[in-house]
Design a protein around this ligand. Structure first.
Ligand code: SAM
Length: 239
């Protein structure tokens, strides 16, 4: 997807990018590729692939969860890596407050540089593991939204994300072709952690890749024992 195709596809989804936002995506791309020379950030480096598989794919969250665009919502992105999906979302929805979490310090350093260079405000960047931060009272059940892309299967991811979501908030699950199976395997975890599936959107990226966004409502508090100790959710998923 060229930059022009990206702008048009985003417009067709209802978002008109300003010159400044287009410039911010260009700057982000330049920094991603330059830093990737010496820090492992992504295997995707061709410009047309970054625009499709990182930038556009991240924005599909805003295409399907329209309420994200309403005033001052807070979103936590677990295992954000080089900033996906939360940084592209922040660029197009400047009023959204984002918190990015990753356990790798080098990626956190990169994110700090991008946020400074792009002049973004309303961004918090935290180095650590979801299992530890999810037990911190400052962050627990404090967000309107939690999301994550390419971090773990749904049964594990639910334990990384739902502890951060306020009752009445949402966990946005971003998946590919395995979404249905992962959801079936994760049903018990979602229920125990206070989540219930509200909506599901199956679609394709412009290149035909299958995508599935599931919106999980948080309808009751997460029991205190979750998330369990770092490493336990992936070793012994609930269910
Ligand atoms: N979300 C990004 C994306 O879609 O490009 C990055 C995906 S990358 C495959 C997974 C990221 O999750 C890595 O940067 C890793 O450091 C981070 N990660 C994995 N387990 C984590 C945990 N328990 N807590 C915080 N970060 C974690």
């Amino acid at each position: 997807m060229t930059v022009e195709e990206f702008i048009l596809a985003v417009k067709n989804a209802g978002i008109n990018l300003t010159k400044q936002q287009i410039q911010q995506f260009e700057q982000y791309f330049d920094m991603l590729v330059a830093t990737n020379e010496h820090v492992n950030l992504t295997a995707i480096t061709e410009k047309k692939d970054v625009y499709l598989k990182h930038f556009y794919d991240s924005l599909t969250v805003a295409f399907y969860e329209k309420e994200l665009a309403t005033t001052e919502k807070t979103l936590i992105d677990i295992g954000t890596g080089a900033g996906f999906p939360s940084l592209p979302l922040k660029i197009v929805l400047p009023q959204l407050k984002i918190t990015m979490v990753d356990s790798l310090q080098k990626r956190i350093n990169f994110l700090q540089e991008v946020v400074t260079n792009l002049g973004l405000s309303g961004v918090e960047i935290i180095h650590g593991r979801a299992e530890d931060i999810g037990q911190d009272r400052k962050y627990r059940e404090a967000f309107d939204y939690a999301t994550a892309r390419a971090v773990a299967r749904t049964s594990v991811l639910a334990e990384y994300t739902l502890p951060f979501v306020k009752v009445g908030g949402k966990f946005i699950v971003m998946k590919g072709a395995a979404a249905q199976q992962e959801l079936a395997d994760g049903k018990k975890a979602l229920a125990i952690l206070g989540g219930v599936l509200r909506d599901e959107f199956e679609f394709s990226l412009p290149n035909g890749d299958a995508r599935d966004i599931q919106i999980v409502d948080k309808n009751k508090k997460t029991p205190k024992q979750y998330p369990r100790q770092a490493g336990t959710p992936s070793k012994k998923p609930i269910g």
